[in-house]
Design a protein around this ligand. Structure first.
Ligand code: MN
Length: 243
């Protein structure tokens, strides 16, 4: 199982979720929403080699945490993965568009000048703006668009500039989401839970729930579950060894 976007530190009992992931052998990219949360969150994964911690500054709180860009730059040399970063164009956040853009752009600039990173990227209602910036900083590494919800045109553009995609339960529950997944190159798709922000049944999703995504992808791709599972594992190995 692979969960390429999970907020491990935001579960009520992160230690327990981390140890369950370890027991089940799940590979987890544990993303953070603030640079100041990175140390504590990576401490959760200390004992577990399959859990990697990404350094992030979430666009929804960029206006509150813009001063932490400095902490981001201090920690960047230690990390292989960046996330969650990006832009969010939801109506409630419109007033912070410039701040979000400033934060995301300074992050991309830093990453570009330090060899690039694998990045888990948020692009809700801002796919075009995110792609504009990714194009502006082609040396920033490999963007993995998490829970992509843009248009098919934006998806085509994302594919053309080399983006990868992590798809989760909420995306596969929506018809639009499934249509997008159909158009994604299979060799650039990973699974994610985005827990604890997404529900699976009547409980909060955990990385262990990514196993059910294999079945859903097998329906979308008209493939056997074993083939889908191998594809996702191959993709994951290729991605993490590319940096
Ligand atoms: Mn998230």
């Amino acid at each position: 199982m692979i969960d390429f976007h999970c907020h491990l530190d935001l579960y009520p009992n992160p230690q327990r979720v981390a140890s369950l992931c370890h027991e089940a052998g799940v590979y987890v990219l544990s993303v953070t929403t603030t640079p100041s949360a990175w140390r504590g969150t990576s401490a959760l994964a200390e004992k577990y080699s399959r859990i990697k911690t990404a350094l992030g500054l979430h666009p929804e709180i960029a206006h509150e945490r813009k001063n932490e860009v400095e902490i981001f730059s201090e920690l960047l040399p230690q990390v292989k993965y960046v996330g969650e970063v990006g832009l969010d164009g939801s109506p409630a956040l419109k007033q912070y568009t410039r701040i979000q853009r400033g934060v995301f752009e300074s992050i991309l600039k830093m990453i570009s000048s330090s060899g690039g990173r694998i990045m888990s990227i948020h692009s809700r209602r801002a796919a075009t703006e995110v792609l504009d910036l990714l194009e502006k900083y082609p040396d920033s590494g490999i963007p993995v668009l998490h829970w992509f919800s843009g248009s098919q045109r934006e998806l085509t553009r994302a594919i053309n500039i080399g983006c990868w995609f992590s798809v989760g339960p909420a995306m596969l529950r929506s018809k639009q989401g499934c249509e997008l997944v159909k158009l994604m190159p299979r060799d650039r798709v990973l699974t994610e839970s985005d827990g604890p922000f997404v529900n699976c049944g009547n409980k909060v999703c955990t990385p262990l729930d990514t196993s059910s995504l294999i079945y859903e992808l097998s329906n979308i791709w008209f493939s056997k579950e074993s083939e889908v599972s191998n594809q996702i594992i191959d993709n994951f190995k290729r991605l993490v060894s590319s940096f």
